[in-house]
Design a protein around this ligand. Sequence first.
Ligand code: SF4
Ligand code: SF4
Length: 323
Amino acid sequence: MKEFVVISGKGGTGKTSIAASFVALSGHVVMADCDVDAADLHILLSPKIKHKETFIGGGLATIDPDLCTGCGDCEKLCRFDAISPMKVAVDGKGAIDSGVGTGGSAGGGEGIARKEEKLIYFVDKFACDGCGVCAYFCPANAIAFEEQENGEWYISETRFGPMVHAKLHAGAENSGKLVTIVKNEARKVADVEDIGMVIVDGSPGIGCPVISSVTGADLVLVVTEPTKSGVHDLERVLELTRFFNVKTMVTVNRFDINEEITERIEEKARENGAVLAGRIHYDPAVVEAQIEKKTVVEYSDGTASQDIKGIWDFVKYQMEEEE
Ligand code: SF4
Ligand code: SF4
């Protein structure tokens, strides 16, 4: 089974439209949508969900204000600046005034004699990355660490074959872990159904989700665009694929918008040992196809469609060379 991954240095380069067209041209592959932070391949492939699972992405720390002694160890240990101190009123027995919880504010309950104030710590749940370090080291056992439901993943059927995809809840962490699940499940489907290729629509950028997308790939295609940031983004992505020692191809989408930058991008690709896969013309049919919820090679036989078909033939040739 071969694994072919389409990635880009940033979003908006046309990566998903191109990956979806490859799926349409391939006949029968397993599609893995690993762009879990902004999944939109389903718009073009209209998957019918056959199997659904909850994604437990990690934990969230919460501090029990009654147990916290205010030592401050957790604040020092948290690399994500998710823990902060606050003063709370306590009654004569040292119990915290009502209305105080993690992320809350000092309460002002009526009728309680406040003899003193106490320093406690609280967790900003939006900043907490779920590493669990604070809970492990808290000397007062004041920090609970609970698993969080961060999204869902699915095995679906499309008009081109099976698809594994996912949805990460808004603001949820650990997309790299979810990408790994999607890829592993896609490999399992390919094994069970005896399908020879997985095409991965990878995450943009160079963070954890991209590393998870690229790991174990036989071939990577980087989709870039002729802008100044496109040159810089390409350099960062090529550094990553070189580090993971994955054979890499580069295509410039909408190359005719700026042919001078296109040449600079291709020069950079060559310098970094990548294979030039070919260029794709700017073509309004790409957007029209998206509106019609079709891949561009289904919708049109125009310039972009022809370019993508040529690149797909070259990808297949490069994959065969790998065997
Ligand atoms: S380490 Fe525990 S006891 Fe110390 S400030 Fe943090 S929560 Fe409170
Ligand atoms: S679990 Fe990790 S990220 Fe969250 S508050 Fe604790 S140390 Fe910080």
